[in-house]
Write a protein that binds this ligand. Sequence first.
Ligand code: GAP
Length: 512
Amino acid sequence: MTQDELFKVLVAHCKEYGFIFPSSEIYDGLAAVYDYGQMGVELKNNIKQYWWNAMTRLNENIVGIDSCIFMHPRIWEASGHVGAFNDPLIDNKDSKKRYRADVLIEEFLAKIEEKMNKEVEKGRKRFGEAFDEDQFRATNPNVLREKAKFDAVHSRFVEVQEAGDLAGYKQIIVDNNIVCPISGTCNWTDVRQFNLMFSTSMGSTAEGANTIYLRPETAQGIFVNYLNVQKTGRMKLPFGIAQIGKAFRNEIVARQFVFRMREFEQMEMQFFIKPGTELEWFAKWKENRMKWHVNLGMGAENYRFHDHEKLAHYANAATDIEFCFPFGFKELEGIHSRTDWDLGNHQKFSGRKIQYFDNETSEAFTPYVVETSIGVDRMVLAVLSHSYKEEQLENGESRVVLSIPAPLAPVKAAVLPLVKKDGLPELAQEVMDELKFDFNCQYEEKDSIGKRYRRQDAIGTPFCITVDHESLVDRCVTVRDRDTMQQERVPIGELRSLIDKRVNLNNLLRNL
Ligand code: GAP
């Protein structure tokens, strides 16, 4: 199966098994908006809990808040979003499709990189053990030709981005004959800027109404509460404020399922520090956040840093943690050194002094900030796309299994009476009652045991517990492991600790 096909199958699987539904589906859906179903919401909550506990419990100097989506409109002027939160857009005149000009160029660059990598792989196969990748990249004419092309486009791209040169974007697209994937033509409009914020009005009468924005990031809710938290919590630098909440962006290129949505959820943490220490903290948070990801056991090779060459208006260092999604390595999380840009601007725009008084040096200053910002929905997609597997079994059958890291699995155990009679449902209910306070469990008695196993595999349940006639006598049950499909007999009284060992989130947190 190609990665493209795998992605389509995954989207269908998410719908079929109650993870993610297109929003407003009975009205034919709403573009780039998705609802989470009964399984999706559990997975999402587990991800949020892993993040929240890692931030607020493992760091004594990080506390949480929950600020509102609606905020004073001046906040978005102060943060730069009214003036600069724009995407450069271009339309293809033949297909009438709209694209982000920068994304078209990035995808073109990624294709060149892919060609170079293919050449390298060919070389590796040809030369076997004697293969020296560095030497090959430095001497192979095909690689060198592609590299020269890549460097030329890339350096123009960086210049154009830095200058905000809209005509320059178009020129790169035209000069490299970058075509529309739908029409296949290079018949493009000029590039225009488009603000990504949604607006609405607040107030009871039209005349008195104020235009306000749906927040495009949760971070500003943290900045404007900096003084409140610092003072009421008697926080000393360095300290952090964490928040999980909805954000809204009128994304134009809204494809790739929950990867890029118009309504999504962020988990953001602003770490307030002394000016001058920001690069040290930036390095620490890079390491800390990568550890959080790799700790899930989805393969260190599936993550990489991508340091920004073009920095956002507020940053003096920035990197992305990219994950290997079915459509390639893409941003999962951003880590930014935001200096005193936000607090400084809120000070200017609000006229309020937003500072920190250092008792040791008797100095007052505006703190600097290092931010970590991750999309919950992208995390859900990372987990699901990595977990989805179609396996051929030894008995000739096949199964679809979601090998979701066990502490994140929506359902931790399924309790299955072998038959719907002979007192087995009653004993199975007893097992449910024993487990339900600690774990999200499902009780199922319909269909053959094989079919029930398949259904649980498809939603990623780590344990299936079968109650059979022998259980009535020996009070033992058969526990089947999702990944190995091995079965073992276990006394009912030992189930809780057996499941807990594998699914308890604290075990993940202890490794951080
Ligand atoms: N406060 C900084 C900030 O918002 P960002 O890089 O624009 O930075 C942070 O967004 C994270 O939010 C991204 O790494 C991504 O995981 C998530 N995100 C951004 N836009 C998104 C969208 N349209 N749909 C889903 N997730 C999105």
